[in-house]
Write a protein that binds this ligand. Sequence first.
Ligand SMILES: Nc1ncnc2c1ncn2[C@@H]1O[C@H](COP(=O)(O)OP(=O)(O)OP(=O)(O)O)[C@@H](O)[C@H]1O
Length: 316
Amino acid sequence: MGESVNLFEINSLYKCYNQKEKPKVYAVYNLNLTIKKRETLGLVGESGCGKSTLGKMLLKLEQPTRGTIIFNQQDITNYSFNQMRKIRNGMQMIFQGNANAFNPYFPVEQIIREPLDNYSHESKEKKREKIVAMLEKVGLNKTYLTRYGHEMSGGQRQRVGIARALILNPEFVVCDEAVSSIDYALKNQILTLLTDLKKQFGLTYLFISHDIAAVNKICDRVIVMYLGNIVEIIPNINDKVQHPYTKALLAATLIPDPRKREKSRVLFKETEEIKIPEKGCVFQNRCLYAQQVCTIEPPALVSKDNEHYVACHLYQ
Ligand SMILES: Nc1ncnc2c1ncn2[C@@H]1O[C@H](COP(=O)(O)OP(=O)(O)OP(=O)(O)O)[C@@H](O)[C@H]1O
């Protein structure tokens, strides 16, 4: 049997958070997706649409309520903590590089060494050599070993976070808003660094971001999520998007002038409560083009052309 080109195969995945004395929240709802080896897959959508929950389920930091997650042809959905331990070093996460991202009492050496200590019995000196080599790969050097989080800039902290995520040679990295809190020039440097490291280490990224420009720069394909569902998969964000939600999202975020952006929000219908409807399309309550069928049948995610998928009755 040849090697699979898919790193992940995700089938009918659900995550429901049961909250005390509050209604259930479906953060991810019947989601189907494959992630190809060595691709950078973008994940965009409004706050609360389930992006982080999906990322955490792939890393098994959250347990799915239903569905299956196949990683490298192994069904890891119900793997125990010990079974996950054997593959967890192959999956890592890069968070926002803000000052709270690291333990304030740990110097950089300890921050990056922590994952190594969990997985390797090498001597302290050998580990230090690896840490210094990794610091150099991310554009820092050994003088940073003794620095604390608050003694670094946002960009330097972000580089340390990347070094920590890559120290165990992972195959898959979730970048969760990894460049969202840094300014434009620095953002470009970190995006270039992530792209270089991807080539060097043969990485696969899930790149979660509110920043459409960053997604545009780095991603091979982009998933658009709305209320826990995938509404569109775009091979390239410059391609013609089709789903009314994607159009509205792009119009709202790509216009630099916030006053004009406000106007473009009319692309959504305003609703009091944004929640998954009992039947039909998830976006029906806010869609300006909703028809009767949208209130009855959920649209399937169908292929348009060349890996462009859209879940909308307007195009079926
Ligand atoms: N531990 C939790 N307990 C209860 N509800 C949760 C929990 N984590 C997330 N949720 C809810 O699940 C939904 C999806 O949250 P999630 O953090 O995945 O969204 P997101 O798209 O990553 O948002 P953001 O862009 O703001 O980070 C939200 O309604 C959120 O309130």
